[in-house]
Design a protein around this ligand. Structure first.
Ligand code: ZN
Length: 489
């Protein structure tokens, strides 16, 4: 159908302020949806549908793409994924930081940081294709694109994690990755900072990133060091992508630890310099605190640390480590040892760095939310509305069309999601309707499980999944497969 046909569309969203995702000026239009796709874009009042939604001049944007998630298991166990849907997110990219639920080798206990996404019983997919089928069977509310984690591959194939993989082990990891890429994975992620992958030299990473690149995938890197060695670690990640001929995504870019505050001037200059020769993208979340497992080695007694979960002392979740240590008459490292296994929020960044990174023209928004934490970092519920409300509207860090671009087309283009991330005829009808004047994050470090304000409606594949802050119960997301997403409408 075209805009000129008299035929009725499934739905017309009328009188919208359209932000098409590309970063250009907004325009007033009616958007027609048919068969799960955007079928026509017309002048206000010009399109007719079997049902009609009056947007009343609210902002209509492509559904947001959360490029940095650890939702691998969450989309199976909690397919409503309300923490993301309520932010206007319609697609999540799972499997970041070297951590993916598949492909797993049965009978192994997942060590930290894989424990962030599940226990042994949850790691049940030996085959990546089985995992994608399980996502489809769970009918999640949002779409899921998944990366293959280096640590997951290492645990499956490397006999001793404290040494580099030998050539036979690299070959077996490559075979697993190849099979996952053929099944529909979007790329390879690593987390050289973490114990299971720390012993890996860049040659090992290059071999695996090459396999991803050969299938059109990306290499996403949680770099080896976000503290004093951040420049060398950025170079290492970009070197790997360049040698492999694979686009590089630098995950949750930050300058961590008081000694490195202010250094984003240097790191972004280095990234820009490297970009002249090779494709590099980055993602960030809009907070000065990070979150991961609680490891005594990360405890420096200098920054505030908030405990997000503890298996041995669940009652301590939501309390500051310093307070817990004082109550127990211990130093913080010893308290961290007693809380093990546990997770924490680390107030490790400074505001000027966060702003500088968010404002960089290649920065996509990724929540890095940890969905299984008892007292999670508020980014899980608030990352997208915080960028739109706090940083865009209230602080003027960028204009609205630019904020939206960082959540939609930039993200889709960077990860090869050609059917999403823009409002254009033929693309998937994943859309969010929100009020730019009221959109805001309500999740805080004290009260982290709070849905956003100002998100009026969310459609996934043309079906309304959220209205006025409530899930409708419609769950039309699915596992995305790289080959199917390579071409637009
Ligand atoms: Zn990470």
């Amino acid at each position: 159908m075209s805009a000129n046909d008299a035929a009725l569309y499934d739905l017309v969203i009328a009188n919208a302020r359209v932000f098409d995702g590309g970063g250009g000026p907004e325009y007033r239009a009616d958007i027609a949806i048919h068969g799960g796709r955007i079928a026509a874009i017309g002048a206000p009042g010009g399109l007719r549908g079997r049902s009609r939604e009056d947007a009343r001049g609210l902002a209509l944007a492509p559904g947001f793409i959360d490029v940095h998630t650890h939702d691998d298991r969450a989309v199976l166990d909690d397919p409503g994924v309300f923490n993301k849907l309520s932010q206007g997110v319609t697609t999540v990219i799972a499997g970041n930081c070297g951590i993916s639920l598949a492909p797993w080798r049965a009978g192994r206990e997942p060590p930290a940081p894989l424990s962030l996404i599940g226990a042994q019983a949850d790691f049940r997919f030996q085959d990546f294709a089985e995992y994608l089928d399980a996502v489809d069977a769970a009918k999640p509310a949002v779409n899921v694109a998944a990366l293959v984690g280096h640590s997951t591959l290492r645990i499956a194939e490397v006999a001793d994690l404290d040494r580099p993989a030998d050539s036979a082990e690299i070959e077996r990891m490559r075979e697993r990755l190849r099979s996952a890429m053929q099944a529909g994975a979007f790329g390879f992620s690593s987390g050289l900072f973490y114990r299971p992958s720390r012993a890996a030299p860049n040659s090992e990473v290059i071999a695996l990133a090459s396999e991803s690149g050969a299938h059109g995938g990306v290499y996403a890197s949680h770099i080896r060091d976000e503290y004093d060695g951040v420049l060398d670690a950025l170079d290492e990640a970009i070197d790997a992508g360049e040698a492999a001929g694979t686009p590089v995504i630098l995950s949750h870019h930050k300058c961590a630890g008081p000694a490195n505050w202010g250094r984003s001037v240097e790191t972004l200059a280095r990234i820009d310099q490297r970009r002249r020769r090779h494709w590099v993208g980055l993602d960030a979340y809009p907070y000065t605190a990070g979150s991961t497992v609680l490891d005594p080695d990360y405890v420096d007694e200098a920054i505030r640390i908030l405990v997000s979960w503890s298996t041995s002392h669940p009652e301590q979740a939501g309390r500051d480590l310093a307070q817990i240590a004082a109550d127990w008459n211990l130093d913080q490292k010893s308290a961290a040892r007693r809380l093990h296994p546990a997770g924490a929020v680390y107030f490790q960044m400074r505001e000027d760095d966060v702003r500088r990174v968010l404002a960089h023209d290649r920065t996509m928004i990724g929540s890095d939310g940890l969905p299984h934490d008892a007292h999670p970092h508020p980014r899980l519920w608030g990352a997208f509305p915080r960028v739109l409300g706090h940083y865009c509207r209230d602080e003027g860090l960028f204009h609205l069309a630019e904020a939206i671009r960082r959540m939609t087309s930039l993200s889709a283009d960077s990860f090869g999601l050609k059917r999403r991330g823009r409002i254009a005829v033929g693309l998937a009808a994943d859309l969010v309707l929100f009020d730019p004047a009221t959109v805001a994050d309500r999740a805080s470090f004290a009260e982290p499980k709070q849905a956003a304000a100002g998100i009026h409606a969310v459609w996934v594949a043309g079906v309304c999944a959220l209205r006025d802050g409530r899930a409708t119960g419609e769950r039309r997301g699915r596992a995305l497969r790289r080959e199917e997403e390579r071409h637009g409408g």
